[in-house]
Ligand binder design. Structure first.
Ligand SMILES: *Cc1c(COP(=O)(O)O)cnc(C)c1O
Length: 217
């Protein structure tokens, strides 16, 4: 099926409050343009350099989401245009985003990545560390970053009950944070294999790659 058909199929099943991030990492510009011409404006990449190059080549009304692990020394390359950084998991990174955002006179929206999977390869903070960060002085002093929600990745497994449990953990963490941070609005969870379950568990933003663009090499 074509990229356009894949997009239409997915979008026809999504509730209105759920944003679809089309994950275009490793894919050529022609694929991104096919999605763009089908109306897609929100794209996700996991490498800053690749995202920066695509940003230069794509129409300027695309919203670019950085969904991967962020190296501090590369924040400067995306600070002028990135729309949302999903994977913030430490204060030093947040500080650097703040500094670079300031240079461009912007406030950059970020999500706190929470470690919900039991695999130890995944990045992210514990719920209690995230809570401390959110109420910390260093974060309060970051005037040019705005944490607007949470992001998480479930364990890579066929065990739906386990994945569901992890999604619910993230949803509960979001609810807890929201008590003190009423501007929280985004729960980024769910990928090609599990986005329906994620939506059932409260996701408001899904990051879908292979179901739109086909398998990656
Ligand atoms: C690649 C990636 C996705 C999309 O994965 P698919 O299984 O292709 O939908 C989602 N989130 C993150 C963080 C990714 O790196």
């Amino acid at each position: 099926m074509s990229i356009e058909q894949n997009l239409q199929n997915i979008k026809s099943t999504l509730p209105k409050h759920v944003t679809l991030v089309a994950v275009s990492k490793t894919k050529p510009l022609s694929d991104l343009m096919e999605a763009y011409n089908a109306g897609q404006r929100v794209f996700g990449e996991n490498k800053i350099q690749e995202m920066t190059e695509k940003h230069e080549d794509m129409p300027k009304d695309v919203e670019w989401h950085m969904i991967g692990h962020v190296q501090r020394n590369k924040v400067k390359y995306m600070a002028s245009f990135v729309h949302l950084i999903h994977g913030v998991d430490n204060i030093k990174l947040l500080d650097e985003i703040n500094k670079q955002a300031m240079k461009h006179n912007r406030v950059i929206d970020c999500l706190i990545q929470i470690k919900i999977a039991t695999e130890d390869t995944k990045f992210g903070m514990s719920v209690s560390d995230a809570k401390s960060l959110l109420s910390s002085k260093p974060y309060a002093e970051c005037s040019n970053v705005n944490i607007v929600g949470v992001m998480g990745m479930a364990t890579f497994t066929d065990d739906k009950d386990k994945v569901k449990e992890e999604f619910i953990t993230l949803k509960n963490a979001f609810n807890t944070f929201k008590e003190n941070h009423p501007t929280f609005k985004i729960i980024s969870m769910g990928m090609s294999g599990d986005y329906q379950l994620a939506i059932d568990c409260g996701s408001t933003m899904i990051r879908v790659g292979s179901s739109i663009f086909g398998l990656r090499n």
